[in-house]
Design a protein around this ligand. Structure first.
Ligand code: PEP
Ligand code: MG
Length: 579
């Protein structure tokens, strides 16, 4: 039994066997083999190693021909490792004494070796960790080969253990079978965390080295509420957590009963609760949870789920499906927010030293007009089928917004010339997620139809805390008074100008902040579908006056600890079981 603490990023508890993914999605199966099968496994191992050597030789020959001998020498270390008698003896020993299958034996021994290299003071040797992983992957590939288990078609319920789950990997998972995530790295608003919450499954990230502590098939408890993972739990822990799972299921059932009641305070003030989605297929589930529209459609996931750049038709088909599923309810389509942690898996990109401050989001779109226009054309074409609204992400300057609007106008003119129908007056809004935009909210409010506050990025940029870095996760909080002041001012500016205002960052779905946001004058929240019922319960249990009092009090504090403490007390009065 081992307890590992991390950051709980999606609540709930699950108890399931684990699958461990490496960077290439290989599932490393752990099987105890029969003593009579030992020799067969050793032969499989030898064949896989021989094949790996042949592959390396072929690679080396190609490289020598194209780039000369020197470059090809990078494979010397790889070949040397495969011929290393001591290492092979260790792997065979693991098969013979532990009766492990060859895949598992390779993985255990190679990871031990990688761990030894990682600790070395010599920088050159420490760097060799990547080579060890490379060799491990090559041998595993040969072993698993055609039998590679498809993550899209799992045979049983599992929890996924990975170093980091790229959004594109999560997109490919068999969602019906995956019951939880645990990752070595990541923070509260990393996109893996967001996807986990959207799927409504428990997740813990920032666990350090969970991939080494868990082997495929191990029984694992993922406790997303308390931010911990228990590997091979003992019987007492199993009983305790099974009870906890039952409690959680009861709370979910209670919340489901209010899903379709109006989100309205006791004194009759109505609020819109919308959902955030990554794929059109999530819309039905979000509506079933009680969302009354889509407040944020993160379209960049269309890119991340594919190896080739989507065409205008790919975009159009996705938006058409989304608008049809939305059945006349609002659908806010955010234009591409690629870059930073949302890069396109497997595609070569120029490395940036500070990608979160780099060529991401609207900047990337304005630097790549054909790509941007493709998307805008598709959104406009789909707009005739429902209530589509366009939203530009990461706007930092007024000029940037005007430029984006100009491109939109150009695209409208092109479509008009071609005789393609679209809605000319569709609402155009912007994310407020950079402090410069929040501080200039009054100016921006004159140029758009609505704002949506992206607290994930607003917090990261205001507090100088990388949202994906587990080392500084403790500093990442919406409760910081500076963040709260910016949010208050943006809501005020929007209300004064009479334009739409919502919050679509993760804060909107955290029950702890519902009273506060309501009291600040927010009328629209957009969150992951599974969060809707809990937020609705709070709204239905309070009055506008009480929420205003809470906001006034909170804005008088100067530390996040006071803010959290007070909000916890106030919210606990409504949902005692939530904290
Ligand atoms: C945000 O930054 O708060 C937001 C909603 O956008 P994303 O999480 O996609 O960056
Ligand atoms: Mg953002």
């Amino acid at each position: 039994m081992e307890i590992i603490k991390g950051i709980g990023v999606s609540p709930g508890v699950v108890i399931c066997p684990a699958i461990v993914l490496d960077a290439e999605d290989l599932v490393i199966p752990r099987r105890t083999i029969d003593a009579s099968a030992v020799e067969v496994e050793v032969v499989r191992l030898n064949d896989a190693v021989t094949k790996a050597e042949e592959e390396l030789e072929a690679l080396r020959a190609t490289l020598v021909a194209s780039h000369g001998k020197e470059i090809a020498s990078i494979f010397d270390f790889h070949s040397g490792l495969l011929r290393d008698k001591a290492l092979m003896k260790q792997i065979v020993g693991e098969i013979r004494t532990q009766l492990s299958n060859a895949e598992f034996a390779v993985s255990v021994c190679m990871r031990k070796l990688a761990g030894m290299f990682a600790k070395m003071k010599d920088v050159y040797l420490a760097e060799r960790v990547k080579d060890v992983y490379d060799i491990e992957r090559r041998v595993l590939h040969n072993l698993i080969g055609e039998k590679r288990e498809s993550l899209g078609h799992l045979k049983q319920n599992v929890v996924v253990i990975a170093h980091d789950l790229l959004p594109s990997q999560t997109a490919a998972l068999d969602k019906g079978r995956v019951k939880g995530f645990a990752c070595d790295v990541g923070g509260r608003t990393s996109h893996t965390a967001i996807v986990a919450r959207a799927m409504g499954i428990p997740a813990v990230v920032g666990l350090g080295n969970i991939t080494n502590a868990v082997s495929g098939g191990d029984l694992v408890i993922i406790d997303g509420t308390r931010g911990m993972v228990i590997v091979d739990p003992d019987p007492d822990q199993l009983v305790e957590h099974e009870e906890y799972v039952r409690q959680h299921v009861r709370l979910e059932a209670e919340l489901a009963s209010i899903a379709h009641l109006p989100a309205q305070t006791i004194d009759g003030h109505a609020v819109s609760l919308m959902a955030n989605i990554e794929f059109p297929g999530e819309i039905d589930e979000a509506f079933a949870r009680g969302a009354t529209g889509i407040g944020l459609y993160r379209t960049e996931f269309l890119y991340m789920a594919s190896d080739v750049e989507p065409t205008e038709e790919d975009h159009y088909n996705a938006y058409r499906e989304a608008v049809q599923r939305s059945q006349g309810k609002p659908l806010v389509i955010r234009t591409l927010d690629l870059g930073a942690d949302k890069y396109v898996y497997g595609k070569t990109q120029v490395k940036e030293a500070n990608p979160f401050l780099g060529d991401r989001s609207i900047r990337m779109c304005l630097h790549n007009l054909p790509m941007f226009k493709n998307q805008l054309r598709a959104i406009l074409r789909a707009s005739v089928e429902g209530d589509i609204r366009i939203m530009f992400p990461m706007i930092t300057t007024v000029m940037e917004l005007r430029q984006a609007r100009m491109v939109l106008n150009d695209v409208m003119e092109e479509l008009e010339d071609e005789g393609v129908p679209f809605k000319r007056d569709l609402p155009v809004g912007m994310m407020v997620e950079v402090p410069s935009a929040a501080l200039m909210a009054n100016s921006f409010a004159r140029e758009v139809n609505f704002f949506s506050i992206g607290t994930n990025d607003l917090i990261q940029y205001t507090l100088a805390v990388d949202r994906t870095n587990e080392k500084v996760a403790g500093l990442f909080t919406p409760a910081h008074p500076a963040v709260l002041m910016l949010i208050r001012d943006v809501i005020r500016a929007a209300n004064r100008q009479g334009i739409g205002i919502s919050v679509c960052g993760e804060m909107a779905g955290e029950p702890l902040y519902t009273l506060l946001l309501l009291g600040m004058g927010l009328n629209m929240f957009s969150m992951n579908g599974p969060d809707v019922p809990e937020v609705k319960k709070i709204i239905r249990s309070t009055t506008t006056e009480h929420a205003r009092q809470v906001a006034r009090k909170v804005l008088s504090f100067d530390s996040e600890r006071q803010v959290m403490h007070y909000l916890r007390e106030e919210t606990r009065k409504i949902i005692p079981e939530a904290f």
